[in-house]
Design a protein around this ligand. Sequence first.
Ligand code: ADP
Ligand code: MG
Length: 320
Amino acid sequence: MDEFSLIDRFWKPLGDAVTHSEVIEGIGNDGAVVRCPPGQDQVMTMDTLVEGVHFPSDMPPHALGWRALAVNLSDLAAMGAQPLCFTLSVTLPEASTSWLAAFADGMKALAVRENIQLVGGDTTRGPLSITVQAQGLLPAGSAVRRGNAQPGDRICVSGSLGEAGEALNWLDESDTPDPAVDTALQRYRYPEPRLALGQWLREAGSAAVDVSDGLLADLGHLLLDRGARLDWQALPVSDGLVSLRGLEGARRLAASAGDDYELLFVWPGGGPAPSGPKGSALPLTVIGTVTEGAGVTLNGPEGSIQLEEQGYTHFGGHHD
Ligand code: ADP
Ligand code: MG
């Protein structure tokens, strides 16, 4: 199949699955044309997934399609943006129609659900690699930034942590399916971008990041030159992860493993804890407090451990 029939067969239908009035020209021209509505700011983000570096070689294409879009939507979520459109660069060793169909299906499921339109891209031959560049909108001046934390603010995280990391460990070590890790595998393959929460945080004027590298690593990105006191026992872990790893093992993963794509954010001290968007069932957990000086103190069962700046990476968070 040549490049053009491939575009017609897989990317055009994906682009037609969602339409936004802001998109003047989508797939088919040399470039897409998008009109930014007055009073809105445009947020842009990009993430590349390389086979063998960011995902294992046997990752099912349906999951890969979902995940490539999900990690970008997670960045839009962390900024408080509403998804608008994206471009997609696909580099493939060969044009397998069954592979492409599954990939496009996985991506379409999330694109339709989150109302984001594919407006263009590139299709080339080479080692498997996927790049998505996503764009979102928010009211002018309202983006949720990093580094907005004040001493005394609470540090909060959505959902639970560590499960995607457990799935990755498991994929590295074994290739026999084990139903006990199904939930963890699902979380690794199909990350859930926390878009509603991110947009809700915009109103609260707080700072946020998404947890892609691991809690401690991303906490450093959130706080910049501030520090934190974290409560080890508050780290939110799922029952499933606890049954696989024990409580302490689960918390260790929650502190260091990446790929969960929860939102980590600061919330003013005093007053009520964050409740999240109306009607949302996503749990929000206060896990610590922002401190004046740099460095992170972990208050655990054996007293408190001081993690210096290098402690972030030391704790295992990888970054590519
Ligand atoms: P050009 O040669 O001008 O870069 P192409 O021939 O590569 O254009 O692509 C033709 C059209 O198909 C363009 O509108 C381009 O954006 C779109 N396209 C190509 N690959 C993809 C893809 N992976 N996803 C979405 N659109 C794509
Ligand atoms: Mg051209």
